[in-house]
Design a protein around this ligand. Structure first.
Ligand SMILES: *[C@@H]1O[C@H](CO)[C@@H](O)[C@H](O)[C@H]1NC(C)=O
Ligand SMILES: *[C@@H]1O[C@H](CO)[C@@H](O)[C@H](O)[C@H]1NC(C)=O
Ligand SMILES: *[C@@H]1O[C@H](CO)[C@@H](O)[C@H](O)[C@H]1NC(C)=O
Ligand SMILES: *[C@@H]1O[C@H](CO)[C@@H](O)[C@H](O)[C@H]1NC(C)=O
Ligand SMILES: *[C@@H]1O[C@H](CO)[C@@H](O)[C@H](O)[C@H]1NC(C)=O
Ligand SMILES: *[C@@H]1O[C@H](CO)[C@@H](O)[C@H](O)[C@H]1NC(C)=O
Ligand SMILES: *[C@@H]1O[C@H](CO)[C@@H](O)[C@H](O)[C@H]1NC(C)=O
Ligand SMILES: *[C@@H]1O[C@H](CO)[C@@H](O)[C@H](O)[C@H]1NC(C)=O
Ligand SMILES: *[C@@H]1O[C@H](CO)[C@@H](O)[C@H](O)[C@H]1NC(C)=O
Ligand SMILES: *[C@@H]1O[C@H](CO)[C@@H](O)[C@H](O)[C@H]1NC(C)=O
Ligand SMILES: *[C@@H]1O[C@H](CO)[C@@H](O)[C@H](O)[C@H]1NC(C)=O
Ligand SMILES: *[C@@H]1O[C@H](CO)[C@@H](O)[C@H](O)[C@H]1NC(C)=O
Length: 827
């Protein structure tokens, strides 16, 4: 999902932030990374984790979680802060630390935050047990400035009272290490009820002082879905560090912000139902250790199934391993992931190296692998299971296409989880949040995700555990079966099929949903239908190909040729069921909208017809038939002028998914050098290596992966096997696809580091002159196919030149479009 607050608010906030000094993280983080990049120039055994800056996107509403995690880990340990902090952590040093907890998402813009359950806070209670500050408002503290630390598999933060918290993790467990000032008695409070969205729905806690074990279980609510839904979660804290620590006092407490602050020394049990009258009700455990140990280690296991399983996870995944051993295991797993793309570090600008590996890192941080941790309708599933598909509308465009380059096995596991959603719920998940169905954004974008897998890996699908016929059946269910409530799954297909678009103000007696976003839903539904058409073609289902080709052209039904804006004619618009267009200004909900309070997201009063976008922005979204869009817009010249105006006038939003492909739109008008210029500018104007270095919410690495494609000089067309060719920011990179047992090296002949700039200087070679694949020069320098390149492996040479005007055409075919005979057969 993109952010819930208004775009205007965020733009304003970004300006405010630019003048704020955050004093986090520790300057050592960047120093260490810069030194590692420098040293790597002459190394053969490269530690790619040393290039990763986990703090990119932890400011400026990037909502990135810098916590300790393994690739796709269910556990991501980080501290939870007060204020707007959906991922728990933010750099803002005016916010307090509430504690540290094991469950988080990364890059989700939920306004309330997500997870943050089972929070622990180390305390100094010089006057003893009864004086400990257990309640949130009492225990919250500032950090010591310039001390926050993180690297793949490790997170640390030091409070202003010099208590240091560190963590490292496995998939479902981990170790927390706390350092106390000399001569102090270590106390800890551990929450039963609190989570970030304050959604507790009842639960219990048990202290077993003999075993030195605290178990917690309960129900909490979604961070981005119906409040009526709840998920269960469990934790197991082992306090004795394999017998090296001795428990002193222990007990339970309850509190509220209005005077309740009760503690029970020696009590071992809390069992609280939901507080039906509402309000904040806090509760938890309080314990201390004998002696005055400077270091305390706690072992933590979590589960979505039971407290017993949470303990078993800690035993099997951590056991008696040391902090350093668990951290080293995590680093090894990260290196395996990150080394799937290797670059020429010596000749790549250092910021590009850091941006690339930090992006690849986040591209493997989510979704959270909760296989064998299923609940609800998935309780007994034998499929893989991923939590936090949050949301498919964000990730279908760049996240899964990037995974396609190198990790079909991982992709297959996630596809299995999507198909299993269809098996258990009747539709594939659109926005699974906290193990629950979250709000639908564009429709059923999972159709594009599984379709992308099918067209790229149908030869391997069976071996990877995917039945393409079942995958297709899941797509067809999304496309044909009208759900009772399209807010949470499926699409409003009955009326879409009847009218050829999603009508505004229609009488729909078959399904419930919030009557908004009719323009953008029509565009997304049509593209989802195209992805289904591609799989139908693969399966030789001739009739279905005709049906879904036709439906994929429904985008034309919301094109109103009469609307003008800034001198350009024709815009996508919502439409009444009688066919009359329901006019809204194409500027509404753009950055140029003068009305700051207009509803643009899921709100019932969003009447502009588009989701978190303007019509100016969404009117470009026809990735499968841009050739016809060019005709609708008045031909190549007008199309190019309109693209230029779109960027120059500020309608483009780099941090918004519908805009992802727009900078490369020039390729379709046969002017690929314009795309190269545009992408250089987009990268340098919107991304950098600082915590504020993302243009907003990472959206579960949607931003990380669109940036990766830009740096690699490629762009994927989702749901297809086509890749658009641009100008890489690095002279050489190799993509390893271990499953196919192939490696592909892309070399930029004539690479000029000076061209790696927001504005390409005159004389710097950056424009694609020719592309050769395994010594064969391609006719078109604008696109190639996955089957001819990264699937076979070998050498791709992109020759660049400074002579822009000589190469500002594709030389042969422009990228494919349906209406000009493109996508004619499956590979
Ligand atoms: C790498 O090795 C080359 C040649 O030995 C040397 O000139 C260069 O200074 C070294 N670079 C670094 C960063 O150590
Ligand atoms: C951190 O630095 C800020 C100034 O940037 C200062 O106001 C604040 O008191 C410092 N915090 C601590 C805990 O020292
Ligand atoms: C903890 O205790 C075990 C024996 O129970 C011992 O082998 C180990 O060295 C101790 N570890 C530490 C960190 O003291
Ligand atoms: C908590 O109390 C409820 C009744 O209020 C009971 O049904 C439930 O079994 C108890 N749970 C635990 C874990 O003790
Ligand atoms: C690298 O990033 C830092 C931090 O944003 C910035 O100050 C510096 O100018 C960048 N260097 C280049 C060459 O872009
Ligand atoms: C899972 O299996 C158990 C034991 O057979 C059964 O009680 C439960 O209802 C099943 N859950 C689902 C969602 O089918
Ligand atoms: C997810 O976890 C399961 C169970 O441990 C494992 O088999 C699978 O490989 C994991 N997948 C990823 C992508 O981490
Ligand atoms: C579809 O038809 C092509 C060409 O006849 C054939 O090679 C392919 O195996 C067929 N695929 C399926 C799934 O039937
Ligand atoms: C279609 O319906 C809308 C909304 O009821 C109405 O404003 C418009 O006049 C109707 N158009 C025609 C041609 O009847
Ligand atoms: C745009 O340019 C391409 C490539 O030159 C050409 O094939 C296409 O017909 C042009 N489109 C229009 C609408 O003129
Ligand atoms: C981009 O080029 C300008 C002008 O030559 C130069 O001042 C600037 O440092 C360059 N930026 C980067 C990131 O190299
Ligand atoms: C390309 O040609 C060069 C020079 O003839 C040769 O060394 C190389 O092996 C060829 N590469 C491939 C992938 O065919």
């Amino acid at each position: 999902m993109a952010r819930v607050p208004l775009l205007h608010f965020l733009v304003l906030a970004a300006i405010l932030i630019a003048v704020r000094v955050h004093a986090q993280p520790s300057p050592d983080v960047q120093k260490r990374i810069s030194a590692a990049i420098k040293a790597a120039a002459n190394e053969t055994n490269i530690d790619y984790t040393a290039f990763v800056n986990p703090f990119i996107g932890t400011d400026n509403f990037g909502d990135v979680c810098p916590g300790a995690s393994i690739p796709f880990g269910m556990v991501k340990f980080t501290t939870d802060m007060t204020g707007y902090a959906p991922a728990g952590y933010v750099t803002d040093n005016t916010q307090f630390v509430r504690g540290m907890s094991p469950l988080h998402d990364s890059g989700t813009g939920s306004s309330l935050g997500t997870y943050g359950n089972f929070e622990i806070m180390p305390l100094l209670c010089p006057k003893g047990f009864d004086t400990c500050t257990t309640k949130l408002v009492d225990r919250e503290r500032f950090r010591k400035n310039n001390t926050d630390e993180a690297s793949p598999g490790y997170f640390a933060l030091t409070l202003d009272n010099n208590l240091k918290m560190e963590a490292t993790s496995t998939r479902r467990a981990g170790l927390e290490r706390f350092t106390f000032p000399k001569g102090s008695k270590p106390y800890f409070t551990l929450d039963l009820a609190n989570d970030l969205p304050a959604s507790f729905n009842g639960g219990s806690m048990n202290i077993d002082p003999e075993m030195g074990r605290i178990t917690i279980g309960g129900q909490w609510g979604s961070s981005f879905g119906p409040g009526a839904f709840h998920y269960q979660a469990f934790a197991c804290y082992d306090l004795l560090n394999n017998g090296n620590q001795t428990l002193s006092e222990y007990g339970v407490w309850t509190g509220d912000p209005y005077g309740l602050d009760a503690k029970g020394l020696g009590q071992t049990h809390l069992n609280l139902s939901v507080d039906l009258i509402g309000g904040v009700y806090e509760s938890g455990a309080l314990f201390s250790f004998a002696g005055e140990p400077e270091t305390v280690i706690l072992r933590v296991g979590v589960s979505f199934r039971s407290a017993d399983q949470a303990c078993a996870n800690a035993e099997s995944e951590v056991g008696t391993s040391t902090f350093e051993e668990i951290q080293a295991q995590s680093v090894a797993l990260w290196n395996e992931r990150l080394s799937k793309i290797e670059i020429d570090v010596a000749n790549t600008p250092p910021n590009v190296t850091e941006l690339l590996y930090s992006s690849l890192y986040r591209g493997a941080l989510t979704p959270n692998n909760a296989t064998d941790e299923t609940q609800g309708v998935f309780e007994n599933t034998t499929s893989f299971y991923f939590d936090s598909l949050y949301c498919s509308w964000d990730t279908f465009r760049t996240f899964y296409p990037l995974m396609t380059l190198h990790s079909p096995d991982t992709f297959a596991q996630i596809v299995d989880s999507y198909i299993d959603g269809y098996r258990k719920n009747g539709w594939m998940p659109e926005c699974r949040a906290n193990n629950l169905p979250g709000w639908t954004q564009g429709g059923s974008s999972g159709d594009v995700i599984v379709g992308h897998f099918a067209v790229n890996y149908h030869n391997e699908a069976a071996a990877l555990g995917i039945d393409i016929n079942e995958l297709y059946a899941a797509q067809i269910a999304d496309a044909e079966v009208n759900p009772p409530e399209w807010n949470v799954q499926g699409r409003q297909v009955d009326v879409y099929k009847e009218f050829g678009f999603v009508p505004f103000a229609v009488l729909d007696t078959a399904s419930t949903g919030r009557q908004t976003r009719e323009g953008s839903r029509t565009l997304e539904y049509a593209f989802e239908d195209f992805a289904i058409r591609e799989v139908a073609q693969l399966l030789n289902k001739t009739e279905d190909v005709a049906t879904y080709t036709n439906r994929s052209l429904f985008y034309r039904n919301v094109w109103d040729p009469s609307v003008t804006s800034d001198g350009f004619k024709g815009f996508m618009q919502k439409r009444f069921s009688n066919g009359t267009f329901a006019f809204t200004s194409p500027v509404d909900c753009s950055n140029n909208d003068k009305n700051d309070s207009r509803a643009c997201s899921l709100q019932w009063n969003n009447v502009v017809g588009f989701y978190e976008s303007s019509s100016w922005e969404y009117s470009w979204f026809v990735p499968h038939d841009t050739a016809h869009l060019i005709t609708l817009m008045g031909g190549n010249n007008t199309f190019v002028k309109r693209l230029d105006h779109f960027f120059d006038a500020g309608y483009y939003l780099s941090g918004n998914e519908p805009s992802f492909q727009t900078p490369i739109g020039y390729h379709y008008a046969n002017q690929p050098a314009n795309s190269v210029d545009r992408v250089r500018d987009v990268v340098f104007s919107n991304f950098d290596i600082t915590p504020a270095g993302l243009p907003g919410n990472d959206d579960q690495a949607a931003m990380a992966t669109v940036l990766t494609w830009h740096l690699l000089g490629l762009y994927p067309v989702p749901g297809t096997t086509e890749l658009l060719v641009l100008s890489p920011f690095t002279p050489k990179y190799t993509v390893h696809n271990a499953y196919l047992n192939v490696s592909t090296t892309v070399t930029v002949a004539g690479f000029d580091p000076k061209s790696v700039n927001g504005t390409i200087p005159k004389g710097a070679a950056a424009y694609v002159q020719s592309v050769s694949v395994n010594n064969q020069t391609l006719a078109s320098r604008c696109h190639f196919d996955f089957y001819d390149t990264f699937r076979v492996g070998g050498e791709i040479v992109i020759t660049v030149t400074a002579n822009r005007s000589a190469v500002n055409s594709c030389g042969a075919s422009v990228p494919q479009s349906l209406s000009t005979g493109g996508f004619a057969s499956a590979r």
